[in-house]
Design a protein around this ligand. Structure first.
Ligand SMILES: Cc1cc2nc3c(=O)[nH]c(=O)nc-3n(C[C@H](O)[C@H](O)[C@H](O)COP(=O)(O)O)c2cc1C
Length: 352
């Protein structure tokens, strides 16, 4: 069963289902599985060095001939080099985690790459549309990772009213009911993070996946204590401690983690400071927020890669409370589309 929308036509995929670029989670295995299933898989590159991204792109291309995307950060010191890599390798889609840059969108679009930034407000959608973005992913407040305060049910129609380009709905989706509802709003598809994190092909350690499966609808919290920006994560003991600790202690821990991140990614101190300054400039962060931001990748890595549920931060959408299985990606994509199609046919019968 296929469902054709403005998104499937734009990207050349079979199903209007996107697996988002989740840091430390969306690697070559998950992305190629999504592409093979007919959805749009997006590689997370913010937590990869340039060389890791280059080999991840090569690996996805070895595993599938279908289109896929890469999630970029416009404020990374080597963002220009990464854009060139996408162009050279013929990557089909570029997505942006935080605010993109006008020149970057133009360059990618000039080379035939479909640009789909993630946005959290109608005015941001208007801005990137005027810069030439081909579509947007709009993430409502129930979504995992960095998130806003407005729920998908209201943010989505506000963005649909604001722009004419295809809008992909994210935040709280996990099945065909959600896809049917998003299409009814006028969206061109859904993008899911937490649902794909909890799949067979996701490389998150099994014990971590099991701890996500145990959570209910109220298990997440939005905290600024991880990196200064509102971040939806599981309410673990560590997060409670961060929430209750004083600023100085939190910053001291953050500095330690920033140094460890530098060691792992091999970023030179100069590159890290350059990246930090670019981020500070782009996001208007205070110095203490900046130090906290450098801390985030390490905390997420400890949880999502090393399996340290005690010492790591586990980003998650509220939707975790609706998920209790770890199906293969193909089942998620096809099941979502099949269920949505049935629902829409049923609605048609009732209306007729
Ligand atoms: C573990 C995790 C890591 C994430 N990392 C990123 C990231 O690096 N870049 C990004 O643009 N969004 C990131 N997000 C947000 C997702 O891409 C997506 O927008 C969100 O998960 C959608 O909400 P849902 O979880 O309800 O499906 C992350 C989300 C999770 C759960």
């Amino acid at each position: 069963m296929t469902l054709e929308t403005a998104l499937t036509r734009l990207v050349g995929i079979r199903h209007p289902v996107v697996q988002t670029g989740m840091g430390w989670v969306a690697g070559p295995r998950l992305v190629s599985a999504t592409a093979e299933a007919g959805g749009l898989g997006i590689l997370a590159s913010a937590t990869m060095t340039y060389d890791e991204l280059a080999s991840a792109v090569a690996e996805v291309k070895r595993r599938t001939g279908n289109p896929f995307g890469v999630n970029l950060r416009a404020d990374a010191a080597d963002a220009g080099q990464r854009v060139d890599l996408l162009i050279r390798e013929g990557v089909k889609v570029a997505s942006f985690a935080l605010a993109p840059r006008k020149e970057m969108i133009a360059k990618l679009a000039d080379h035939g790459i479909v640009v789909i930034p993630s946005i959290g407000a109608a005015r941001h959608a208007e801005k990137v549309a005027s810069w030439g973005a081909h579509a947007v992913i709009v993430q409502g407040g129930e979504g995992g990772g960095h998130t806003g305060g407005v729920a998908t049910t209201l943010l989505l129609p506000s963005v649909l009213d604001a722009v004419d380009i295809p809008v992909v709905a994210a935040g709280g989706f996990f099945d065909g009911r959600g896809l049917a509802a998003a299409l009814a709003y006028g969206a061109a598809g859904v993008a899911m993070g937490t649902r794909f994190l909890l799949s067979k092909e996701s490389t998150v350690p099994d014990e971590v996946k099991r701890s996500y499966l145990r959570q209910g609808l109220t298990a997440t919290v939005v905290t600024r204590r991880v990196d200064g920006l509102p971040h939806r994560v599981l309410r673990t003991e560590l997060v409670e401690r961060l929430e209750n600790s004083g600023n100085l202690r939190a910053i001291a821990g953050a500095v330690r983690n920033a140094v460890r991140f530098r060691q792992i990614t091999g970023l030179s101190l100069a590159a890290m400071v350059r990246e930090g300054l670019a981020m500070k400039h782009g996001n208007d962060l205070t110095w203490s927020q900046l130090i906290m931001a450098a801390n985030t990748p390490m905390l997420l890595r400890a949880g999502l890669v090393d399996g340290r549920t005690d010492a790591g931060v586990l980003a998650s959408g509220q939707v975790v409370g609706m998920i209790d299985d770890l199906p293969p990606v193909a089942e998620i994509v096809e099941g979502t589309v099949t269920e949505a199609t049935k629902i829409m046919r049923g609605l048609g019968v009732m209306a007729g």
